[in-house]
Design a protein around this ligand. Structure first.
Ligand SMILES: CC(=O)[C@@H](O)[C@H](O)COP(=O)(O)O
Ligand SMILES: NCC(=O)COP(=O)(O)O
Length: 246
């Protein structure tokens, strides 16, 4: 039988909802524990440099309570490296980051900043973190990741997820499948993610050699609807009980 593909659940989007109103809820820590309860193999978080969603408090609490593993996505900066050294997550995924972007727009240019990325990999390996590089499905970036000593790459699936025609989707899919085969041949563990949802994940999960998929936005978005009826019923019950006691 083919080895199981692991699912890392990205809970940034729960924090985004909380930060939008500055409330205490919904708590991404609670979301992580619920995801673990039903089989998530790991929890992915991306504390951005501007802390627009996941907060340091979330990361530190999660480190204390997670039963699976924390996959800390972060920019390659001194401040983030120091934070990782404080948190000591099981896994770190180095990602590119731009302040003005809505979400991560492409892979990390490892080839263009090899010595900086190699030094970051070394520093993270020293705290025992499994380091992955979030890269485009591009053989040149895969070669650079190998030279940097990263044991894992995560292939950015954004182009596939955002393709506007079946032809473009097929072409992007083939690029990913070829990159998985190439990276496996180079001895890397291969993960993938970004923009995967309920209609486009099956095909990627079936690619031979994929180890783990990291998925967040689609899961949290679906949870709104799978949980909405119960949430309305709960509020109705509070209101009805208040009237019956009045
Ligand atoms: C690396 C990646 O593709 C996503 O995890 C992304 O980092 C999510 O960041 P946002 O949650 O800020 O969109
Ligand atoms: N590393 C990719 C990831 O975490 C995916 O997040 P999302 O695009 O599914 O929200």
């Amino acid at each position: 039988m083919n080895p199981r593909v692991l699912l890392g659940v990205n809970i940034d989007h729960v924090a985004t909802l909380r930060q939008a109103r500055g409330t205490r809820y919904p708590d991404p820590v609670q979301a992580a524990l619920m995801a673990e309860e039903v089989g998530a193999d790991g929890i992915t978080i991306h504390p951005r440099e501007d802390r627009r969603h996941i907060q340091d408090r979330d990361v530190l609490l999660l480190k204390e309570v997670l039963q699976t593993k924390m996959n800390l996505e972060m920019a390659v900066t001194d401040a983030m490296l120091a934070f990782a050294e404080q948190v000591r997550p099981e896994c770190v995924c180095l990602v590119p980051e731009k302040r003005e972007e809505l979400t991560t727009e492409g892979g990390l240019d490892v080839e263009g900043q090899e010595s900086r990325v190699a030094k970051a990999c070394e520093r993270l390996a020293r705290i025992g973190a499994e380091v992955s590089l979030f890269i485009d499905p591009d053989p040149a970036q895969i070669d650079a990741a190998v030279r940097c000593g990263a044991p894992v790459v995560e292939l950015h699936t954004g182009e596939y997820a955002e393709a506007e025609t079946p032809e473009a989707e097929n072409a992007a899919f083939k690029t990913i499948a070829d990159a998985v085969a190439y990276a496996r041949k180079k001895g890397l563990i291969v993960n993938a993610g970004h923009g995967l949802h309920y209609h486009n994940t099956e095909r990627v999960a079936a690619i031979h050699g994929i180890n783990e998929l990291n998925i967040g936005h689609a899961i949290i978005a679906r949870a709104v609807f799978t949980g909405l009826k119960e949430a309305v019923r709960d509020m109705k019950a509070i209101i009805d009980q208040a009237r019956s006691r009045a």
